[in-house]
Design a protein around this ligand. Structure first.
Ligand SMILES: *[C@@H]1O[C@H](CO)[C@@H](O)[C@H](O)[C@H]1NC(C)=O
Length: 202
């Protein structure tokens, strides 16, 4: 699921690639890389997020295939529901991440050694909050209303989650990165084809 919306969004974060061969190579790798990004860094695997299923079912979605705009809106609402349920943000804007609640939750769900995994993830949340603040316009899609979503959702949580996944692919600590040729290709894709988050925080 994450892979599907990452896919569309990476196009928006693509930047600074001007070499024609690299553009072609990036385009060829995009689909596989965004798919693999779900599993290559152990710290950002969607399976760690137990709240997703419950939030999804609370939306009472129709049983059919969804187009890109619908999927994006659904994901926006699922992430927002999840962040609010976990206490990461308040119910109402202006949204700010609650670093204490985030760390408490990470202490429970992150793999060992927690000193490393929790530290990496808390830092990533704080960097992504900064990144989003400065680059929200780059992330913001203007999409049509989706008729089966009754309460409009704010993109804040989804934007943080997307940033987290991109940053983790660019910087995942070695001990949590899957050692395979495919994951190495994926990491190179995120380093070469997607804007660097760590150096764009202001
Ligand atoms: C992946 O890259 C790492 C670091 O660059 C390297 O040590 C490792 O051997 C590579 N793994 C494979 C399977 O190619």
């Amino acid at each position: 699921m994450i892979g599907k919306y990452l896919n569309g969004l990476l196009m928006l974060t693509l930047c600074c690639v001007s070499n024609a061969d690299l553009v072609k190579q990036c385009a060829e790798q995009q689909k596989l890389a965004t798919h693999l990004a779900q599993s290559c860094c152990e710290l950002t695997r969607p399976s760690l997020d137990k709240g997703n299923a419950e939030c999804r079912s609370s939306l009472n979605l129709p049983k059919r295939k969804f187009n890109f705009a619908e999927r994006y809106t659904i994901n926006m609402c699922i992430e927002e529901c999840n962040y609010i349920a976990s206490g990461y943000i308040d119910i109402d804007p202006p949204y700010r991440l609650d670093p204490v609640r985030i760390e408490e939750n990470l202490q429970i769900i992150m793999p060992e050694p927690k000193t490393k995994s929790v530290k990496f993830m808390t830092e990533t949340y704080s960097k992504c909050e900064k990144f989003r603040q400065h680059h929200a316009s780059r992330f913001t899609l203007h999409l049509p209303d989706v008729e089966f979503i009754e309460q409009p959702c704010n993109p804040f949580a989804l934007q943080i989650t997307i940033c987290m996944r991109i940053f983790a692919m660019q910087n995942c600590p070695r001990e949590f990165f899957v050692n395979s040729k495919e994951c190495n290709m994926t990491k190179n894709y995120f380093l070469n084809c997607v804007g660097d988050i760590g150096s764009n925080l202001s």
